[in-house]
Design a protein around this ligand. Structure first.
Ligand SMILES: Cc1ncc(COP(=O)(O)O)c(C=O)c1O
Length: 435
């Protein structure tokens, strides 16, 4: 296929490199993509951490097709359609107890900025308007909008864009390879990193802080698993000081860690929780913020004809997205996918940790069906070694994701042992070749 590639400016892509040697996907089914050369590519990352039920699932495809012919759009402001309520009701059966209100967005980035606005507005509406400060974490990724990059902790995503939101501070990240390298599952050391929050409270005073936002498992900065006790400690400190805790579950939601949400895997319930990606199996864009009854009810005051929370998107709760999400939830339920990672994680972890000792491998990290393998960078050329590995895997028929010199795996939850074997063999060959 010869096509003019000039007009399209690609997101988060090395555009010039790509256009010299395009990697073009033309079809997908189950665990497998097809490319424009007719090759079969094993999907090691569920598309982009989103196709949790695998590709081309009949219930999702049919739900979208039916919905497009029935009701293509319904305005979401002062109007609604039945499926958006059906979806909200279905979702709160899966969320941790207490998170029983749902606000819809179209992406993870929008869900994050919605949750941040909700947190600040919540304090103001209940008469505590000085609580406006937001606390994020180094190496955090919360999408690409201004709120998300401000609380996020990835310099490359911030430095080009001028001033960030004011009144933001950051906890230290929890990555501690000196004590935790090659941990299987949650690392033992590092719960005390959460005490940073006490330090920030001592500096700014709790009365200025609205919320703390973290990813339960940080994905985009190289798969950082929370140390045992860390999230519990954050929860305790937030409770002690009246600060809201927000979990960004955009990648961990919908079965990735072995429970519907990582909050359940780690036994810590936040006050607000974001989701996207696996919500519709990646088929139609959709994000969501889950809130407690108490947060929601705080807004439900004043004259009844007035809008309580002046926020929302033209496509919030879009009929096609709702149909896709309902088809997705049916597929997850039919096949027990939201807990399937608990069955597969042992074999997956064994395979990943068998890469220890191969050239340049300095750490292996895993939880549920998330894996990260960190490599020593090439001197003076950070990211280049992992990028070469990514290209080699692609040539060998495996799609992985890289960030810095770490590569990540987050396969569809329908994965079988034979796929895990294929992923690990491919990675082993690529690592040996790169030595
Ligand atoms: C934790 C987290 N938050 C937010 C986002 C942004 O989601 P989106 O790309 O749908 O805006 C991502 C995307 O990977 C993510 O991993």
């Amino acid at each position: 296929m010869t096509q003019n590639l000039d007009a399209y400016w690609m997101p988060f892509t090395a555009n010039r490199q790509f256009k010299q040697a395009p990697r073009m996907l033309t079809g997908a089914d189950g665990m497998i993509f097809t490319d424009d050369r007719g090759r079969k590519i094993l999907d090691g990352i569920a598309g982009l951490w989103c196709v949790n039920a695998g590709h081309n699932r009949p219930k999702i495809v049919e739900a979208i097709q039916r919905q497009a012919a029935l009701l293509d759009f319904a305005p979401p402001f002062q109007m609604a359609h039945p499926k958006v309520f059906e979806l909200a009701n279905r979702l709160i059966e899966l969320t941790p107890a207490g998170l029983n209100k749902v606000f819809f967005t179209n992406s993870g980035s929008e869900a994050v900025d919605t949750a941040l606005k909700m947190a600040i507005a919540y304090h103001r509406v209940r008469g505590d308007a000085s609580r406006t400060r937001l606390i994020g974490r180094e190496r955090g990724y919360h999408g690409v909008n201004f709120g998300g990059i401000s609380v996020g902790g990835i310099v490359g995503n911030r430095k080009l864009f001028g001033s960030m939101l004011g009144g933001v501070d950051h906890l230290r990240h929890t990555h501690d390879p000196a004590r935790n390298a090659f941990s299987v599952g949650q690392p033992l050391h590092g719960a005390e990193f959460a005490n940073d929050l006490e330090k920030l409270i001592a500096l700014h005073d709790a009365s200025t802080i609205a919320a703390v936002i973290v990813e339960p498992v940080a994905g985009s900065t190289g798969v950082l698993i929370p140390p045992i006790g860390y999230l519990q400690r954050l929860r305790e400190i937030c409770d002690k000081h009246g600060i809201l805790l927000i979990f960004d579950e955009v990648i961990t939601g919908f079965g990735r860690t072995g429970q519907p949400f990582a909050a359940q895997t780690f036994g810590v319930t936040p006050d607000l929780m974001t989701a996207a990606k696996g919500l519709t199996n990646g088929c139609v864009p959709m994000g969501a913020v889950f809130a407690t009854q108490a947060i929601h009810d705080t807004f439900m005051t004043g004259p009844e004809h007035l809008i309580e929370f002046p926020h929302g998107y033209t496509y919030s709760g879009h009929p096609l997205a709702c149909a896709a999400a309902l088809g997705t939830l049916d597929t997850y339920a039919d096949e027990g996918l939201l807990t399937r990672a608990t069955e597969m994680q042992g074999y997956f972890a064994e395979g990943l940790h068998s890469l220890k000792g191969l050239p340049h491998v300095i750490d292996v990290r895993n939880i549920g069906l998330i894996g990260g393998v960190e490599l020593t960078p090439l001197p003076g050329e950070p990211g280049k070694r992992a990028f070469s590995l990514f290209l080699d895997c692609w040539e060998q028929g495996l799609l992985i994701r890289i960030t810095g010199d770490t590569f990540a795996l987050s396969p569809p939850l329908i994965i079988e042992r034979s796929h895990i074997d294929q992923m690990i063999d491919t990675l082993r060959k690529a690592l040996v070749k790169a030595a």
